[in-house]
Design a protein around this ligand. Structure first.
Ligand code: URA
Length: 432
């Protein structure tokens, strides 16, 4: 059967700063999924979009077409409302782990379909896979049972049926330098999140050296674009802009971050991780119609921990098992007395990745025990010889490259450091 459009015409429209209509966009995504529109043609189109942008209507249609390329989960039969969170990815961002059980404590189901890490930002599934026995792959029936009759929280791998066009396009963008483009990021994230079938969605849009978006104005534009897409699709969507100029918490790496998450669930943990977990939990609960939840109390009295243990057991894991530890460590120490001036999140993320906590290619293995412990944050006083970071790896030959990536950060001197106003920078929502 003849195709209704020609890929070359579609590329020319975007190259010449034109606007694509719904029928053209629907065909483009469908033809790409079928292999009729080739990778070369999609690469040219993605670059034209990168350079010339898209209108809000084009972004909505592009998202809808990617959504329609695959299946949609449906949680309408659950007796509980659903809410989910998506983070654009950062260094030490383990928030999903304490957050999902915390929200589920209040009767809101959390279908958290997650991914594995690529590059310097860690992946939620990689972290949880350091728990002995834990399994990421669940069937749709298992997900629904766990949400409806079980713990109420699921963190698992997104099945290949959700937005398959995005999988293909994301891999292509990765090798054509077209990842950091707001229309393409927003439609990629939102097509998957809407396909997940959640009723409410809270977006954690990271800002700073360790994030996709390095400055607040582009992060705000991405957040506003995603909130518009979500609301237009009938999902109550709120975005927070949060700081990613320094790593979140005091650990980076898979098992190390699980350990810190369990500390938060036990009522302790670093203040920034607790603050962000509680803020996101309140926002998620609000999207599901639960107001004034005392989320701090649910961390302090063990309710969230009980849901965590149940959730881990439901997915085959042993929440009491000893977590894997790396075979070798190396301390990075302060060279002088003074105040720690900075800790660049990107540099720490790259160091952790080079230690073996992350992967360069989608199917590379990761080391469960690799990563970095942080003993001091910027603004804190340190003394000469005091450990600032402890690097962990199974392969000591990795230390040298990890140390190289830390060059130019961790300066210590007498100057005071301006304190930020906390981890949450801004909130973006459509008022109802
Ligand atoms: N995460 C996604 O899922 N897609 C993007 O384009 C960027 C980050």
């Amino acid at each position: 059967m003849a195709e209704p459009f020609d890929a070359v015409d579609i590329i020319r429209i975007k190259r010449d700063r034109g606007v694509l209509g719904k029928a053209e966009i629907d065909w483009t995504i469908d033809a790409y999924t079928r292999g009729v529109l080739t990778d070369e043609q999609m690469a040219a189109l993605a670059m034209a979009i990168f350079l010339n942008g898209m209108t809000p209507e084009e972004i909505r249609q592009w998202t809808a077409a990617m959504l329609d390329s695959g299946e949609r989960m449906d949680f309408a039969s659950l007796a509980r409302p659903t809410a989910d969170k998506h983070s654009t990815g950062g260094v030490g961002d383990k928030i999903t782990l304490p957050l999902a059980p915390l929200v589920a404590c209040f009767g809101v189901a959390v279908p958290q379909l997650s991914g594995r890490g690529l590059g310097h930002t860690g992946g939620t599934l990689d972290k949880l896979e350091s728990i002995p026995g834990w399994r990421a792959d669940l069937s749709n029936e298992e997900i629904c049972r766990q949400l409806g009759e079980g713990s109420g929280a699921v963190i698992c791998a997104a099945g290949s049926g959700l937005a398959p066009a995005d999988k293909k396009l994301y891999a292509l963008r990765d090798v054509t330098s077209t990842v950091d483009c707001i229309p393409l990021i927003a439609s990629s994230i939102m097509s998957k999140k809407i396909a997940e079938g959640t009723g409410g969605l809270v977006l954690d849009v990271k800002v700073g050296s360790g994030a996709f978006m390095k400055d607040p104005s582009t992060a705000r534009e991405l957040a506003e674009t995603m909130v518009d897409i979500g609301e237009a699709a009938g999902v109550r969507t709120v975005a927070l802009l949060t700081d990613m100029s320094v790593p979140l918490g005091l650990t980076v790496g898979n098992a190390l971050e699980v350990r810190e998450s369990v500390e938060v669930l036990a009522g302790g943990g670093p203040a920034d991780v607790v603050e962000l977990t509680c803020t996101l939990a309140r926002e998620m609960l609000a999207t599901a119609g639960v107001a004034d939840a005392d989320v701090e109390a649910a961390l302090a009295d063990g309710r969230a921990m009980d849901v965590w243990k149940r959730m881990i057991r439901e997915q085959g894991g042993d929440p009491e098992a000893r977590l894997p530890a790396a075979r070798h460590t190396h301390d990075v120490r302060a060279e002088t007395d003074g105040i720690l001036q900075d800790m660049d999140a990107l540099k720490v993320g790259v160091a952790s990745w080079r230690l073996g906590a992350g992967r360069a290619r989608q199917d590379d293995p990761v080391q469960a025990g690799a990563g970095i412990e942080i003993f001091a944050k910027p603004g804190e006083a340190v003394y000469r010889g005091q450990p600032i970071l402890r690097l962990h790896t199974d392969e000591p030959e990795r230390f040298e490259r990890a140390l190289e990536s830390l060059e130019g950060t961790l300066a210590v001197c007498e100057a005071p450091v301006a304190q930020g106003s906390g981890v949450v920078i801004d909130r973006i929502a459509k008022e109802k």
